[in-house]
Write a protein that binds this ligand. Structure first.
Ligand code: ZN
Length: 391
């Protein structure tokens, strides 16, 4: 029931200095300069965090948890994610989504997988829908899904400016935004539209028209893959400065980077240099999604699998290679997604919040220990809790 994390340098994400943290059940109970284990508490587990940095558990808000892909035929459908693919990466909260394939993948499957991962110990939410409009929901409407189904916090990923999108019109997109907005308002959820941006020439044109023509605020749309090429990245800077929510995808391949994709850590540095508010920026892994390669004629030429493990690696690179302070860099995978997605118990180390905590080595910034809902999932690099079918 009681755990004490002692002597760690705490970034909550604000830097708090050296603090002891008392975990009571699945919550952060008490944070103080010094807390000692009383003699009469034999069942209190003490975790020595000397030489460690203590940060909130990571939130990965774009993961194809029940698989995705399929762009190269049925055998390229990606497998379901396993618990330790997530926990070893320091991630304690995931938001699951479907992708290109809304036919052989469906929302019931996604919801069941999210529930399964939660039973295994982490926190999960999902977006309703896939790339396409009209959106295939569980209840028959986006709004009802958000209001009635606890795990559904928004809609997406809706594909725009992509050869795999359903080629929606401005009106199509506005209607999706409206449904999500009202669903969010009535349920106290974020109700965001997670938008997959493709390589198409149109870039943000459709979206800007919706924001310009309707009363739907810019923050209703949460744009992902904004680092996928240089032109789109320029738009990301502009959009971020206007108050838009910009997400960068950490899963990549050597080929993508050669073709002009921008590494997330570098993208973050440039955004901050250009005066974009850090609160408007997040990273997600696109984990378990396929990373398909298409040639100039749109022919599929091969694919790789996205990894949740890439998420924190980019934050680490932002600190180590780009000189961004940990108290800032760590926000893009902790407090920022928590605030944007209204996950009120997540994203901060604070009394009363969920006990989702990661310990990093101070020297090499590698992940050492991962706690989800007060339970130790990984201890000193060793997996303590495995998924149901993991050996
Ligand atoms: Zn996508």
């Amino acid at each position: 029931m009681l755990k004490l994390i002692k002597n760690g340098e705490v970034y909550a994400p604000n830097y708090l200095g050296k603090r002891d943290i008392l975990i009571t059940g699945d919550k952060v109970g008490y944070i103080s300069d010094k807390i000692d284990k009383p003699e009469s508490f034999p069942q209190m587990e003490v975790i020595d965090a000397e030489g460690k940095i203590v940060v909130p558990g990571f939130i990965d808000s774009h993961v194809h948890i029940c698989g995705g892909g399929g762009e190269g035929g049925f055998k390229t459908r990606t497998p379901e994610i396993q618990l330790t693919d997530i926990t070893k990466a320091g991630v304690t909260t995931v938001i699951g989504c479907l992708g290109t394939d809304g036919t052989t993948r469906n929302m019931k499957n996604l919801l069941a997988k999210a529930r399964g991962l939660e039973e295994e110990g982490i926190s999960t939410y999902i977006y309703t829908g896939s790339y396409e409009i009209p959106v295939k929901t569980i209840t028959g409407s986006i709004r009802d899904d958000i209001i009635l189904i606890d795990k559904i916090i928004g809609v997406g990923e809706i594909a725009l400016s992509d050869h795999r999108s359903s080629q929606p019109t401005v009106e199509d997109l506005a209607k999706v935004g409206a449904e999500a907005r009202v669903g969010g308002i009535l349920s106290g959820k974020a109700g965001v539209v997670n938008v997959h941006m493709g390589d198409g020439q149109d870039m943000l044109r459709l979206l800007e028209e919706v924001v310009w023509k309707t009363e739907i605020p810019i923050g209703q749309f949460y744009l992902t893959h904004m680092n996928r090429n240089r032109e789109l990245f320029k738009e990301a800077i502009k959009y971020g400065k206007e108050g838009g929510l910009v997400d960068f995808t950490t899963s990549t391949t050597g080929r993508f980077l050669e073709d002009g994709e921008l590494k997330c850590s570098t993208a973050l540095r440039i955004m901050l240099d250009n005066g974009v508010e850090i609160n408007n920026i997040t990273f997600t892994s696109d984990g378990q999604g396929s990373l398909p390669n298409f040639d100039e004629r749109g022919q599929f030429v091969g694919l790789q699998l996205g990894r949740v493990a890439s998420l924190y690696r980019e934050v680490r690179d932002a600190v180590k290679n780009e000189g961004i302070d940990m108290s800032q860099a760590i926000r893009v995978i902790t407090s920022n997604p928590a605030d944007i997605l209204k996950l009120n118990q997540k994203g901060y180390i604070k009394e009363g919040k969920d006990a989702d905590i990661v310990l990093l080595n101070q020297d090499d910034l590698e992940i050492d220990t991962v706690m989800a809902m007060g339970k130790i999932m990984v201890l000193k690099g060793e997996v303590k809790v495995k998924g149901t079918f993991e050996k």
